[in-house]
Design a protein around this ligand. Structure first.
Ligand code: PMP
Length: 457
């Protein structure tokens, strides 16, 4: 093996420029659609984060099925982004398509303010998978987290929550906080319209640092720790051995509730990290994937908390204090969840997805080793992500420091120009039940070329 090769920045800049030019040439209709959309779409996109796709404009989707997506320029892309987990079940899997068609078309009545029998089935299935017994619905993971935080504050009569530096839990005001360079908490740069400085609502520590957690919980004012059992929104940061047991012990000792946000870590298995690693949270939140692409979310509480919130006289969860969401738990999304959990994201499907992800991880690792590239890759069940740092990061701060926008843009455009869609903003690849080994091989070939060119080979 040759020596570890430093990236030549001039070469990288030239390669990025070349890939940007090919992207513009390869996707002219997407570009024209984007150019024409700014008159009435804020920022020219349906949601402003779509401006972050590399190359200056997003690809416009035409259709998507399984692990493939076609665009309006006529390309067929292998989709490792899968809607950043929203489409972990694959695009429009047949059981969900049928359930949605039946509910919307044959039976009719997508949203009526009335329950359907699917809701209790889904709640029982979520209880089986994640261990907490009582479930309720939202339309997004963000909202599931908001409601979990409210319940935690209500039940503990405490005001603060605690999160981990560089976490992401949706647009939940309390969570936009990081450990600053001097070790003190600061509002995350660029946050928009914060109602109050999050340092007044939130304590923050680095992941994998039990001493810091113990110190912050000792204030006695933390209602809940909201966490992903492994961080997935700043690369993948896996917990060190024994760390999650320490988190559980420390939260219990401090009278603080523990909320596992399994929205992304669901990739670890049919019951997310909670089941895969035998965790015992007080609440679980989830969204994105469980409706097979139909908007939905859910939060679950253990039986004791459920009893307490229902019998708390000062908590009017039926009216004034209800989070609401008129469409939450609507007939269409619970039908989709039932089909998705019952027939698509099954225990057997996870075994296959994890095996394909292991193949992806091994191939990327082999290329990096063969070429002595100082990057690392981490796998979490059906998800894997490489990071531009030789050792997998152990904290969010460390992982954030390894960000490299030029390399990111290069890798994303290189793969996209050759028929492979990666998750934007980082280098995550997710496997659906329809993702195959040959999809992985196609990625390995392109990844190998991208790295070779970067090294000037
Ligand atoms: N929790 C986690 C862990 C997430 O990664 C995300 C979104 N990436 C959310 C919650 C919020 O999901 P949504 O934007 O669908 O509400």
């Amino acid at each position: 093996m040759s020596l570890v090769t430093a990236i030549n920045r001039d070469r990288l800049a030239a390669l990025v420029k070349r890939e940007q030019d090919s992207y513009a040439a390869n996707f002219p209709r997407s570009r024209a659609a984007f150019d024409g959309a700014g008159e009435h779409l804020l920022g020219g996109v349906p949601m402003t984060w779509m401006r972050m796709w590399p190359g200056g404009f997003p690809v416009y989707q035409a259709a998507a099925r399984g692990a493939r997506l076609s665009d309006i320029d006529g390309h067929e892309l292998i989709d490792f982004c899968l809607g950043d987990t929203g489409a972990m079940a694959g695009h429009s899997p047949a059981p969900v398509t049928e359930a949605v068609a039946r509910r919307y078309t044959e039976l009719g009545g997508a949203t009526t303010m009335l329950p359907t029998e699917d809701a209790a089935w889904v709640a029982a299935e979520l209880a089986r998978r994640f261990g907490v017994s009582h479930w309720s619905f939202t339309l997004s993971a963000t909202d599931a987290n908001r409601w979990a935080i409210r319940v935690a504050r209500q039940l503990t009569r405490r005001t603060k929550i605690l999160v981990f530096s560089y976490c992401y839990h949706g647009s939940v005001d309390e969570t936009f906080i990081v450990v600053g360079p001097d070790g003190r908490p600061v509002s995350r740069a660029g946050n928009v319209g914060a109602p109050v400085d999050p340092v007044t609502t939130t304590r923050v520590v680095e992941f994998n640092d039990p001493a810091a957690l113990e110190r912050e919980l000792a204030h006695g004012d933390v209602a809940a720790v909201l966490m992903e059992p492994a961080l997935t929104n700043i690369g993948i940061v896996l917990p060190r051995d024994g760390y999650l047991a320490q988190v559980r012990e420390l939260t219990r000792a401090a009278g603080t509730l523990l909320i596992n946000d399994e929205t992304h870590t669901f990739s670890a298995g049919p019951g997310g990290c909670t089941r895969a690693w035998g965790l015992d949270p007080d609440m679980v939140t989830i969204g994105k994937s469980i409706g097979g692409g139909v908007p939905c979310g859910a939060y679950g509480l253990d039986a004791g908390l459920a009893e307490r919130i229902l019998s708390d006289d000062s908590a009017d969860i039926e009216d004034v204090g209800g989070v609401g969401g008129t469409l939450a738990g609507n007939a269409l999304s619970v039908a989709a969840m039932r089909a998705c959990l019952g027939s698509v994201l099954t225990d057997a499907a996870f075994a296959g997805m994890t095996e394909v992800a292991a193949g992806y991880t091994e191939s990327v690792r082999a290329v990096l080793a063969a070429k002595s590239v100082p990057w690392s890759i981490s796998q979490l069940g059906a998800r894997a992500e490489y990071r531009f740092t030789p050792e997998p990061p152990v904290t969010g701060g460390e992982s954030a420091a390894a960000a490299d926008v030029d390399l990111d843009e290069y890798m994303h455009l290189y793969t996209l120009n050759r028929g492979i869609l990666m998750t934007p903003f980082h280098n995550m690849a997710l496997m659906s039940p329809m993702t195959t080994k040959s999809d992985v091989d196609a990625h390995t070939a392109v990844f190998t070329e991208a790295v070779s060119e970067l090294l000037g080979e």
